[in-house]
Design a binder for this molecule. Structure first.
Ligand code: ATP
Length: 230
């Protein structure tokens, strides 16, 4: 079993389609060195989500290969692979339970102190401490009693606690108030530090700070470079 992957990712000549007759991704080549941030940008429907979902093997490629640390991802146990990939989506999965348990979701053995430390690093502690029951506040189904931004902060805290070296992030597009926006930005910087991160980026800051920007159009990478180069 593999415990911790470093996070060197090599996507080589990858082609993929949800049905055989209609390729969505065509000859994708993309490398990320351990710790780098890759911002993936492009119009809606261009294949950004499809591309990053291949990393966690939600689907398998039709041709080409995806390697992590030099090894084809099909040669890892799926559970080992997924343990090494943290996922932060626009609409995180939240269940009816306490804030504490929701953050702990990815690492059940974590102590309360570890959860709180992760929340502080995620910049989530600020809002949690003002909730009526703090970390014991119960989240209603789907997180209805939390704002979109607060849900994102919990997802960031969860990913920090789970401590995977590879991250898949879908940056929120919804409007979020300035203070929460700042907290999310701080949390994301702390989360992404030292981890290989693939971000479907909407914020200019994220794009500017990325090591590599990849522009996807119609299932192909049409540009690949730094913010300075592009
Ligand atoms: P957005 O910015 O809107 O999220 P995207 O760039 O992430 O778009 P994808 O979600 O990867 O694009 O979609 C790429 C193409 O694949 C689209 O034509 C979409 O309709 C199609 N597609 C996405 N998911 C599926 C699926 N589960 N089954 C079939 N087709 C799909």
């Amino acid at each position: 079993p593999v415990h911790s992957l470093q996070g060197n990712v090599d996507i080589a000549h990858v082609t993929f389609g949800y049905s055989k007759d209609k390729p969505i991704l065509k000859n994708i080549n993309l490398q990320a060195k351990a710790g780098q941030t890759i911002a993936v940008v492009g119009p809606t429907g261009s294949g950004k989500t499809t591309l990053i979902n291949l990393l966690a093997r939600f689907y398998d490629v039709d041709a080409g290969e995806v390697k992590i640390d030099g090894r084809n991802i099909k040669d890892y146990l799926l559970s080992d692979l997924r343990k090494n990939i943290g996922i932060v989506l626009q609409e995180p999965f939240l269940f009816s339970g306490s804030i504490m348990d929701n953050i702990r979701y990815g690492k059940l053995e974590a102590s309360d102190e570890e959860v709180i430390r992760a929340a502080k690093t995620a910049s989530a502690h600020q809002f949690i401490k003002y909730l009526p029951n703090k970390y014991e506040t119960i989240i209603t189904p789907g997180g209805g009693n939390l704002s979109q931004g607060q849900k994102q902060l919990l997802a960031i805290a969860r990913a920090i606690l789970a401590d995977a070296n590879i991250l898949i992030l879908d940056e929120a597009t919804s409007s979020i108030d300035t203070k929460t926006e700042f907290e999310i930005q701080t949390g994301l910087v702390n989360l992404m530090k030292g981890r290989t991160s693939f971000v479907i980026a909407h914020r200019l800051k994220t794009i500017e700070n990325a090591d590599v920007i990849v522009v996807v159009r119609n299932g192909e990478i049409i540009e690949n470079g730094t913010h300075h180069e592009l």
